[in-house]
Design a protein around this ligand. Structure first.
Ligand SMILES: Cc1ncc(COP(=O)(O)O)c(C=O)c1O
Length: 450
């Protein structure tokens, strides 16, 4: 297996940077204007991290593609980092939103759609009770609060290099046995080592030892890690995770926000998991803000037993706009008409096609990389072996190489998911889109390997 020549990589990167800027004068002008009213010229701090000198400004998106203001078309394999896994503006969601927008957007009162969505989620995930939030971050935060409330324990446990949104407790890392706040953590309210225990994914004995202290209210876990590359669970890991959490009295929150890519009931149904809570956000309403969290009858009973009517509108679980009529109408349409079993039957083989194309190029060009797939999501990592835990996946990250691959593909009309190398399939992603990626990936590999 060969290595990447860094001098060649830097020369190629300079060429791609120049091409990106030269071909996007309108985005460049908008970026200059944006710098006068938006911090760093972007609406969200992390948008500054896109691989070019500025992000392409979007004119319009539909289905699996979008166009920037300079008229370039992009095959969208990022899909708003799963927020648009449905494809952009799916017609069923759009017409539900159009109709609901004319009939009231937010009321602080329930609509029948809330029940229909709750019933649909019950069927998909086999958890009986559901509540709503506007983001998956909030759904995670609310589930954690409930777990602490029910168990009376102070801590949570997460896996090293996880990501669950901007959940304060989760910005912690483990390096050679030492836990510390994750690099880049902005103004943490408390040091996360006070609130959080962290172990490596797939390490059963570390999990058992950590939970044995019996101070952990809940484990917050993706069923497979998806934010540091894809890290799949070892055979039997989930069974061990469930047994150990039960043995030590910790609740289990499964965050399906990304792993919904595994099928209509996420990885929970695909792998027959048995959590106490499930969180599902991002694409649940076709890109309209909305998220849901579900829990068992036992959890519901504990919440109600401890609830005092006079105080139930305080306590850190809230959101004036959560459960609003518009997002519930969008969720109903998206679940019933867009993220269907038939859609997954199209999306998952498409990710298989993408993976096979990348895998073949890795072999043909001797790249020291590997590729992993979970349902309709796939990702390559800059290491020869598939990772078994967050540290191995994180060690394979290569900022310079990653930026090159993103810029190279963007310059040729393909958007990958930053800030790793993930491709997501929507129900309308086509074989032609995938084959175009394979062609561009092979060209990049050929240029890189010389
Ligand atoms: C697994 C997982 N959970 C939760 C979130 C948070 O989602 P949001 O940013 O929409 O709140 C993310 C975001 O990337 C995620 O990857």
């Amino acid at each position: 297996m060969k290595t990447i020549d860094r001098t060649r990589l830097q020369a190629l990167m300079e060429r791609e940077k120049t091409r990106f800027v030269t071909e996007r004068p309108k985005s460049a002008a908008l970026f200059e204007r944006a710098r006068k009213s938006l911090l760093g010229g972007v609406p969200m701090n992390w948008m500054a991290k896109w691989a070019g000198a500025f992000p392409p400004f979007v004119r319009e998106a539909r289905g699996a593609e979008f166009f920037d203001v300079d008229g370039h078309r992009y095959i969208d394999l990022c899909l708003g980092d799963t927020g648009a896994m449905t494809g952009h503006s799916p017609s069923a969601t759009v017409s539900a939103v159009e109709q609901q927008a004319r009939r009231g957007i937010t009321l602080m009162l329930p609509s029948e759609d809330a029940i229909i969505v709750g019933e649909e989620l019950q069927k998909r995930f086999r958890l009986p009770y559901w509540q709503f939030a506007l983001t998956a971050t909030d759904a995670n935060r609310f589930s954690i609060r409930l777990a602490r409330h029910i168990t009376g324990r102070p801590k949570i446990l997460v896996f090293n290099w996880c990501y669950h949104g901007t959940v304060d407790e989760s910005f912690i890392t483990l390096t050679e046995g030492r836990t510390q706040a994750r690099r880049g953590n902005i103004g943490p309210p408390v040091d996360p080592t006070v609130t959080t225990t962290v172990v490596e994914f797939n390490d059963v004995s570390a999990l058992d030892a950590a939970l044995a202290k019996e101070d952990v209210a809940c484990v917050l876990a993706e069923p497979a890690m998806t934010n540091v590359g894809i890290v799949l669970p070892n055979q039997g890991y989930h069974q061990a995770l469930r047994e150990i959490t039960r043995k030590h009295g910790s609740l289990l929150i499964i965050d399906e926000t990304h792993t919904i890519c595994a099928g209509p009931g996420g990885d929970t149904r695909a792998e027959n998991l048995d959590p106490d809570f499930i969180v599902f956000g991002k694409p649940i309403a076709g890109g309209v803000p909305g998220a849901a969290y579900g829990f068992t009858a036992e959890v519901a009973r504990c919440i109600l037993d401890k609830q005092n009517l006079e105080d139930c509108d305080t306590g850190g679980i809230g959101g004036t706009l959560a459960g609003n009529a518009l997002s519930l109408a969008a969720m109903r349409a998206t679940l019933q008409k867009v993220l269907t079993t038939e859609a997954f039957d199209r999306m998952i083989p498409m990710a298989g096609r993408w993976t096979n194309g990348v895998q073949k190029a890795i072999i043909d060009f001797g790249l020291p990389w590997n590729v992993t797939r979970l349902g309709c999501r796939a990702e390559y990592l800059f290491a020869p072996q598939t990772p078994k835990n967050g540290t191995q996946a994180h060690d394979a990250m290569d900022f310079e190489l990653e930026r090159f691959m993103h810029l190279y593909t963007m310059n040729r009309g393909i958007l990958l998911t930053p800030f790793h190398n993930m491709a997501l399939m929507s129900p309308v992603t086509s074989k032609e889109d995938i084959d175009q990626h394979t062609k561009v990936f092979r060209e990049a590999a050929k240029e890189l390997m010389g």
